[in-house]
Design a protein around this ligand. Structure first.
Ligand code: CDP
Length: 210
């Protein structure tokens, strides 16, 4: 059983995917961490994020244990990740490991931008999570305040909008809902309500997965 959860920055897809996986006893992969890790490794070596060949080589050398690094969530790496994620050779390098993960029995939940369209077009359930950019910026801003980060709402909103534009406009696996994805707008939903709705979608599509 493969469940694909896609959507734009700070849409809540990660929290939702984690909750669903926990509820169903499936494994979960936040695929954004892969692109964040490539960006981190390139920055550490002083490499140019626009260099597709270097970025692909860095993706090929990725140490999967390093995905546990809590610093991967650092705000600056989101933007850097979206630069390396534009490169088709980087995406190709990361494809098989995502697909292998997705086929782990009894099931897997993957969240990202292109899971339903490119990584797992055969996924049993596809949910595309959205919310207005203002709501998403507010949520991300609150998260960062709780962590004690210095951030402004306007800065967070600008980052989200710039990243969404880059992710949607790129040629390689652009961010968009798969034709057979169910849209879940969480602008007016808290995490509990979003989780209930997502579970409803899963039950309608595949019954009650065991
Ligand atoms: O958590 P947040 O929504 O801020 O970002 P993320 O999911 O960690 O993704 C960071 C960046 O990685 C995105 O802006 C995308 O450019 C890229 N990404 C991608 O291209 N494809 C994926 N499946 C996941 C992330």
């Amino acid at each position: 059983m493969i469940i694909a959860i896609d959507g734009p920055a700070a849409s809540g897809k990660g929290t939702l995917a984690r909750r669903i996986a926990q509820h169903l006893g499936y494994i979960h992969l936040d695929t954004g961490l892969l692109y964040r890790a490539v960006a981190r490794d390139m920055k550490e070596q002083g490499l140019d994020l626009e260099d597709a060949a270097r970025a692909a080589a860095t993706a090929a050398d990725l140490d999967l244990a390093s995905l546990e690094d809590p610093d991967l969530r650092a705000p600056g790496l989101g933007d850097a990740a979206s630069v390396v994620a534009k490169h088709q050779p980087v995406r190709e390098r990361l494809l098989k490991l995502q697909q292998d993960f997705a086929h782990t029995p009894p099931g897997a939940v993957l969240d990202g931008r292109d899971i339903g369209t490119v990584v797992c077009p055969e996924a049993d359930v596809k949910i595309y999570v959205t919310a207005s950019s203002e709501v998403r910026a507010r949520r991300r801003f609150n998260e960062r305040m709780q962590r004690g980060d210095a951030a402004t709402y306007e800065g967070v909103l600008a980052d989200i909008q710039r990243r969404d534009e880059r992710d949607a406009a790129r040629d390689a696996a652009p961010m968009r809902p798969a034709a057979d994805a169910v849209l879940l707008d969480t602008s007016d939903l808290d995490i509990e309500a979003a989780f209930d709705q997502a579970l409803g979608v899963i039950h309608r599509k595949v019954g009650r997965p065991g």
